[in-house]
Each structure stands twice: as structure tokens, then as C-alpha cells.
Ligand binder design. Structure first.
Ligand SMILES: [Zn+2]
Length: 605
């Protein structure tokens, strides 16, 4: 018997309850402390998973043992002789990739939600029995998808699995239910995607595209540090997100993003491939190249570090670049994705208030708990982080005559820290970048990381034969990049950033915008503009047909009150970037561009 054994049963699917039993062979003789983590690595929000525990009891040698819940996350069990078993009922009804879910259609969990940490025994190996649900209680023939190592279980089967220690246990999410499996090889190792509720899609195209993306990321680091890899992909109407692990990742994707078999890669599908590329890149950057604050955390309270931009931003830079390197998109389409990142930052006045270091450190409250002020107050370490990573890459390439790039920095970080999973202290990336390139980058990092403000990408891009143009948006859907056909630009600005078809809701109100000057607020529901029912098309028509200085009447509902405001239209604002390959660039710029935007495979467009 393993020192620690978990028995996990999707016992009450209709009530969304897992039953979990933990047996500890040698509990602490002075009384065993137990805990559930307050947060899960990769998602920087205190979630207090213990709040979903409905009941917790203990027994030893067939006798009940007293348990006290000491605080919101911890319990203490009375001293006992010999093995101790702790039983829990846990409510699981959250579709997020960070928590746990159970109904009659599927189950999913991270062990952070279901498996108690045995204080003092975190380093010991454990076994996990995954029990099949009562067939009459669920729909279809359920199987198991997890990267956890089977001890006594058929592939994709219920049975016994095992982990070397608690940190490994919480790194293998588990999907239970009906899914189809797409298998392929990358980096010479078996990979699979388990798609739940995906409907009909082109499995061959998916396998081929994802394999190429994985191969491109393996090529960057020079080695794949795992013997297998699994994507768990839960498909729904509008889900989107992912959580990274060392041997797998849990994804949520919208059904329209699955490849349709037309051979054309839709924007939704390319976004999904970007998510796949992002989570896969994390198997190196953040799961093995680990920030020290996370590596040393007991997950009971928040871990603070200033480098989150490097883990999420660099990963966000390489996720789309990986699609280009894999030949899944061409360079024009890659530049559209980069232009969208630039547009997002351009429309985020919070970049003048918050630095990337602050954004990283305060992710717990400011980024993960955004309020109505977010667009004006904070900057995203994903968005600005990706653009700073791009600026760093281009700076290294230009200043070293292409002798050094961000690729070299990542490989050196991998050699020094990642391969041995040695925790990385704050700012080590800055030091390694300077050492590898031989450049003094202190001004660059001070300006980019520790000071709020712009990223000087347009100038850098010009040296790479890429022309950056900033123009007014062509409409509410224009997120940047090339527009199809001759889309007319807006002639004026309302500042009405709204979501929804009927009574669209203001998602933010930017500082100094016409909407703010008219006294409109985030959350207001737009009823009418100039007495015409407000829809996205009506907002677009106003911005394309009216001119700055004119006034329109706006009716909104705030709370339960109907308000009328006069909105004076502002000048159309150039806040939307387009990037194009400059035709008349110098030979040097052309050579730099070819090296930067190289594709390792023939474009499959
Ligand atoms: Zn990420």
C-alpha cells in the first residue's frame, strides 16, 4: 500500500458531488493536519477550494475520529495509532479549467479541488483510484483522460493511477466522460487531444496542425522534457481558456473554433491553435522554468513576483509566432495577430498608470478581480508582456546583427534553470538576456518593465521591413490588422464600447472619451441613440456617418432608471494598428525580416 491513497468517485452526478476518501498509512502521531490549496499554479487568484467541501469526517480502525476545521483551508485530526482514513463530499459545478465539475454528462477535476494535502507528507508518493460512476447515473460510456501515470488501468480507463508527490498530483487534471481522442506524434513522443462535446470536426487537420505547432516549439528549446503529452479540450458554445501543466493542459474552446474540413483555417480556428500553442509553450516556460515564488509556495497564500510578464508575456509572444514557424499561418496573417495585440494596448489607457512589474505583482487583485476602472487603471501582463517580448526579440536581433535573439535567451534559461527545474529568482531573465547578448539592457528593462508607458514597436518594426500604421477603427468589430475590402474608417468617435445585440451593455468607459464626458458608466445598457433602438450596427452607423462636434441623444438604463444624456461626438481616434510588409525596405531590413519571420515548414494556406 502506498503511504497515501486517494479514492475518487463521481458518486452523485445529478447533485454535482464527488466522494473522496484519503487513507494515510502513518499519520502524524501528534495529530494530522490537512489542507486544500487556496490557489492553483497558473491562475493567480485565491479561490479557497476548501469552500466547496460539504462534509469531512475521519476514521481509524473502524472508529470515528474527531476532526476540527481550524481555518478556511485547514483541518486537524485527533492523534490515532495506525492508518487514518478521511472522507469528503465535495461540490463540483464550475466549468472553469481551474476547478472541478460533475454532472450527468461529464466530470473534470484538478486535484487541488479534491485531494487533501497531508501536511508533512507532501513529498511522499500516492496512488489514486478513479472509480467509474454508476452507469445508470450518467449519459454514455465514460472513460478517463489524464496524463497521470497508470498503475493498474487500461489506456483511457478507470482504475489505479500514481504520482511521486503532491506537487505532481495537482499537476494532472482529469477528464471523465465521453470524448474522442486524436493522437499524433511530436518531438518523437506520443501526444493526444481528448475532445469533449466537439461535434463534427476535421480530426486529421487538427492532428496535423497541432503536431506541427508542437514540433516548432520543441525545436525552439531543443528538447521535449516529457515522454507524453495530453490536451484535454472541453468544447462548448462559447468557452475559452486554458491552464498549463507539465504533461498536459486543460483547454476550453468554442465549437465554432474546431476545424470544419474546408481546408481553410478560420480566424476562430487560428485563435484556438494559438491557445494550444500557448499552453504547450508553458510546459517549458512557467511549469519547468518556474518562478521561485511559485516553486516555494505552499499554496496557502498568494505568491508575489514581478516577472509574471515574462512567463505569460513571452509565452503569448511565442504562441502566435509558433503558428508562423509551424507554417500554419503565413507572415501577413502573423502580422495581423501582432497588430491586434498592439491595438489592444493602444485602447488601454491603463498602460500610463501601471507598469508591467506592478501588473505582475498585483495580478491577484487587479488583473484577476477587474472592476469598472480596469481599462483606465491597469495593463495586462499578457498583452503588454507579449509586445515587450517582441520588442526584446527585435532589439536583440538588431543590436547583435542577428547573432542573438530571444530564442537564445530562452534556451539559456532552459539550460541553467529549466532542465533541472531549479526555481528562477525575479529578474533572472534580464540578467540572462544581457549575458547571452553581451548588451547593456538595463535602460530597456527599466523603461519596459518598471515604468508605465508605450512599447516602441513601430520604430523597431520599421528596421525589420514592417510598416506600422495607426488608423481609426472601421467599426465595433475592428480589433486591428488588415480589414477585408475597402472598409470605411469611422469619421467620429462615440466611445460606446458595448457588448450584446439588444440593449448592448457598456463594457468600459475610457478616460476623456465622449461617453465619459456624457456621463455614461460601465454597465449602462444602451436603449436608444437619437431615439433609434441601440444596436452595434446603429453605433457603427453613427461613427461612420456623423461628424465630430455633433450631439446625439443617448438613452441608457442604469440599475432600474432610464437616463437620457447628450453625447457630443469626438474626433475619430487613430487607435487601430495595421502591419504590412514594406515593399521598399532596405536590404538590411529585408534580411532581418526574413530571419525573424522564418517558417520552418512550407505554409499550408
Ligand atoms: Zn499562459
Amino acid at each position: 500500500m502506498s503511504p497515501l491513497h486517494y479514492r475518487i468517485e463521481p458518486a452523485e452526478p445529478a447533485a454535482h458531488r464527488f466522494h473522496v476518501a484519503l487513507t494515510i498509512q502513518a499519520p502524524d502521531p501528534s495529530g494530522q493536519w490537512l489542507a486544500l490549496p487556496a490557489w492553483i499554479p497558473g491562475s493567480y487568484l485565491v479561490r479557497d477550494f476548501a469552500r466547496h467541501v460539504l462534509t469531512l469526517s475521519a476514521e481509524a480502525a473502524g472508529q470515528a475520529v474527531a476532526v476540527e476545521q481550524v481555518d478556511k483551508d485547514r483541518w486537524r485530526v485527533e492523534p490515532v495509532d495506525g492508518p487514518l482514513t478521511v472522507m469528503m463530499e465535495v461540490h463540483a459545478y464550475d466549468t472553469s479549467v481551474r476547478t472541478a465539475y460533475l454532472d450527468t454528462e461529464r466530470g473534470f477535476f484538478n486535484a487541488t479541488s479534491l485531494c487533501l494535502r497531508v501536511i508533512g507528507q507532501e513529498h511522499l508518493p500516492c496512488t489514486v483510484d478513479l472509480i467509474a460512476p454508476d452507469a445508470a447515473a450518467v449519459t454514455g460510456n465514460w472513460r478517463v483522460a489524464t496524463s497521470m501515470r497508470p498503475v493498474e488501468a487500461e489506456p483511457w480507463g478507470f482504475g489505479r493511477y500514481g504520482c511521486e508527490h503532491y506537487d505532481e498530483l495537482i499537476d494532472h487534471p482529469v477528464e471523465l466522460g465521453v470524448f474522442d481522442v486524436v493522437e499524433f506524434e511530436a518531438g518523437g513522443r506520443p501526444h493526444a487531444i481528448a475532445n469533449t462535446a466537439a461535434g463534427r470536426y476535421d480530426a486529421e487537420a487538427l492532428a496535423s496542425d497541432v503536431a506541427r505547432i508542437c514540433d516548432a516549439q520543441v525545436a525552439l528549446f531543443g528538447e521535449l522534457p516529457c515522454d507524453r503529452y495530453l490536451f484535454l479540450n472541453n468544447v462548448s458554445a462559447d468557452g475559452y481558456g486554458g491552464l498549463e501543466h507539465r504533461y498536459s493542459s486543460a483547454l476550453a474552446a468554442p465549437r465554432r473554433a474546431m476545424p470544419d474540413g474546408s481546408g481553410r483555417r478560420s480566424d476562430d480556428y487560428v485563435n484556438f491553435l494559438g491557445l494550444v500553442s500557448h499552453e504547450y509553450f508553458h510546459l517549458w516556460n512557467v511549469r519547468r522554468l518556474m518562478p521561485a515564488a511559485v516553486a516555494h509556495s505552499d499554496l496557502e497564500s498568494a505568491a508575489y513576483f514581478d516577472d509574471l510578464w515574462a512567463y505569460e508575456g513571452i509565452t503569448s509572444y511565442y504562441d502566435d509566432l509558433g503558428l508562423l514557424r509551424a507554417g500554419v499561418i503565413d507572415s501577413a496573417r502573423y502580422l495581423d495577430l501582432l497588430a491586434k495585440q498592439m491595438t489592444r494596448l493602444e485602447r488601454n489607457p491603463g498602460r500610463y498608470r501601471q507598469s508591467l512589474a506592478e501588473s505582475s505583482r498585483l495580478a491577484w487583485t487587479k488583473f484577476y478581480q477587474q472592476d469598472a476602472s480596469a481599462a483606465n487603471a491597469i495593463v495586462s501582463y499578457y498583452n503588454k508582456g507579449a509586445l515587450v517580448a517582441c520588442a526584446l526579440d527585435l532589439t536583440l536581433r538588431r543590436e547583435t546583427d542577428d547573432q542573438c535573439s530571444l530564442d537564445h535567451v530562452m534556451r539559456e534559461l532552459w539550460t541553467r534553470y529549466g532542465r533541472a527545474m531549479k526555481p528562477i529568482p525575479d529578474a533572472a531573465i534580464e540578467q540572462v538576456a544581457a549575458e547571452v547578448s553581451g548588451l547593456d539592457l538595463s535602460d530597456f528593462f527599466d523603461a519596459m518593465i518598471r515604468t508605465p508607458g508605450e512599447v516602441p514597436l513601430p520604430d523597431l518594426l520599421a528596421d525589420f521591413g514592417v510598416e506600422a500604421t495607426c488608423r481609426p477603427a472601421a467599426g465595433p468589430d475592428d480589433a486591428g490588422g488588415r480589414q477585408p475590402g475597402e472598409a470605411p474608417s469611422s469619421r467620429c468617435r462615440t466611445g460606446l464600447n458595448a457588448r450584446g445585440q439588444r440593449q448592448p451593455r457598456l463594457i468600459n468607459v475610457l478616460d476623456d472619451s465622449p461617453a465619459q464626458q456624457a456621463g455614461l458608466a460601465p454597465g449602462d445598457r444602451l436603449v436608444a441613440i437619437d431615439h433609434e433602438e441601440a444596436t452595434p450596427a446603429v453605433i457603427k452607423a453613427v461613427e461612420q456617418r456623423r461628424v465630430a462636434g455633433e450631439t446625439v441623444a443617448v438613452h441608457v438604463i442604469r440599475g432600474d432608471r432610464l437616463l437620457e444624456r447628450q453625447l457630443t461626438l469626438g474626433d475619430a481616434e487613430p487607435n487601430t494598428w495595421t502591419l504590412t510588409l514594406a515593399e521598399s525596405s532596405s536590404e538590411d531590413a529585408h534580411a532581418r525580416r526574413s530571419a525573424w519571420l522564418r517558417t520552418s515548414a512550407a505554409p499550408g494556406e
